[in-house]
Design a protein around this ligand. Structure first.
Ligand code: AMP
Length: 405
């Protein structure tokens, strides 16, 4: 897919022009409101620095959390503005509104090379409205901040699968370009989608089968092996006739899993042992069990050590890997070893077997950092969970299509 790119815009010249940028700053915060994983901020820097160096007046649009169209200080981008100032080594002003008086005054007052961050775009209900006219009105107000000679750079890969105002409608109203991050993500995923070197292994985890059904259907034909762990594997195990006790289960998907096992059984790799826990608690009593050995009333919160060996064996010879979703409740140390083992096996294949490995965003990327694994051990860590999955499913991403040359 040929996209108009940031370099095209830089070649035209950005000096003294207002450039609207959509970044993905949807970072996790702790209870004290501090950023616990700045990965997405770091990923936005190359595009912002290039625009600053070109002398642009940069106006950044972003969202944080789900404020549901209302102004809510809990979801203010203030901590992001502070972190971004530090990372860029220059002051980033935060407008106190999105398209109000403060945003306008600050946008008008920008000097060449300055950066202004607008307050959370999702404070405005029109950002995510299904009504195109409502989004259009909001887009016009955002575009007005850019004055004459304005342009738009789309760099929030985590949101390109959504037809939202700051992603899609703004792009329709201004000359629009893919930022460095979106460009890199799209070209990397395109490579995996269209031309994966074989053996191609897809590893899926996370909580719900229903969320991953599309990607299983789309990738089962292409992949040589489909590793399934995490909360979703228990519905498959139940479909095979195992008693999963209180483990996460989507009862209504059992028949679907039976059907998938019938069609793709030779490719699907399921756990062979499990970590059972007395309850959903970091300090719960726990033990390694076989597939039918979960004690009555207990639940499985991770895959077991034999499973990690089986998964690692499949991965060791792989040449392409796409991984999305943790293998267990990695947030609790007692149930993090399955995810750690899988991630390490992917790193080993990347380093020792020339495998091209992609980690598909969201929780999986966070788990890599939380578990202290070497991020550079993978070929690519995507910043977009939903977006990377939808891309590999072959769905159209509105925020990418709109950037086509
Ligand atoms: P998702 O948001 O669908 O990617 O799912 C990620 C979440 O699934 C993580 O927060 C994990 O803690 C959770 N998860 C993984 N394995 C299990 C499990 N065996 N039981 C319950 N939750 C799980």
């Amino acid at each position: 897919m040929a996209l108009k790119k940031l370099q095209d815009l830089l070649d035209e010249g950005v000096e003294s022009r207002h450039i609207l940028v959509r970044s993905d700053f949807n970072v996790p915060l702790n209870d004290a409101g501090e950023i616990t994983d700045p990965g997405r901020i770091t990923a936005s820097l190359p595009t912002l620095k290039a625009l600053i160096d070109g002398g642009a007046k940069v106006i950044v649009m972003a969202h944080l959390g789900r404020p549901k169209g209302e102004v809510n200080p809990k979801y203010s981008l203030k901590p992001v503005a502070e972190a971004l100032s530090e990372e860029l080594g220059q002051y980033v002003a935060l407008a106190s509104d999105v398209v109000g008086e403060d945003a306008h005054e600050r946008a008008n007052g920008l000097n060449d090379g300055d950066v202004l961050l607008l307050e959370n775009v999702r404070f405005d209900p029109r950002e995510t409205s299904k009504d195109e006219a409502e989004r259009g009105e909001f887009a016009d107000q955002l575009v007005a901040l850019a004055a004459d000679q304005g342009a738009f750079v789309s760099d929030g890969f985590g949101v390109v699968h959504r037809a939202q105002t700051s992603v899609y409608d703004v792009a329709k109203r201004l000359p629009a370009y893919a930022g460095k991050l979106v460009d890199k993500e799209v070209s990397t995923l395109e490579n995996v989608a269209s031309n994966p070197e074989k053996p191609y292994v897809v590893a899926l985890g996370g909580s719900k089968v229903s969320d991953k059904l599309g990607v299983i259907e789309a990738l089962a034909g292409k992949a040589d092996h489909l590793i399934i762990g995490g909360g979703m594997c228990y519905t498959f195990l139940k479909a095979q006739g195992h008693d999963v006790q209180q483990s996460l289960l989507q009862e209504e998907m059992v028949d679907t899993c039976k059907d998938l096992l019938e069609r793709y059984g030779d490719k699907i790799v399921l756990p062979v042992d499990l970590i059972a826990a007395e309850k959903f608690d970091a300090n719960a009593a726990n033990k390694v069990v076989d597939l039918d050995g979960i004690p009555e009333g207990w639940m499985s919160l991770d895959v077991g050590p034999e499973t990690v060996k089986v998964f690692a064996e499949v991965l060791a010879t792989s040449k392409t890997v796409f991984w999305n979703g943790p293998m267990g409740v990695f947030e609790m140390p007692a149930f993090a070893e399955g995810t750690r083992g899988l991630a390490q096996a992917i790193i080993d294949a990347t380093q020792n077997n020339g495998c091209f490995s992609v980690v598909g965003g969201g929780d999986s990327a966070a788990s890599v950092r939380t578990l202290g694994l070497d991020e550079d051990g993978f070929s690519h860590i995507s910043t977009g969970g939903g977006a990377s999955l939808e891309f590999l499913e072959g769905k159209e991403l509105p925020g990418v299509s709109v950037l086509q040359a």
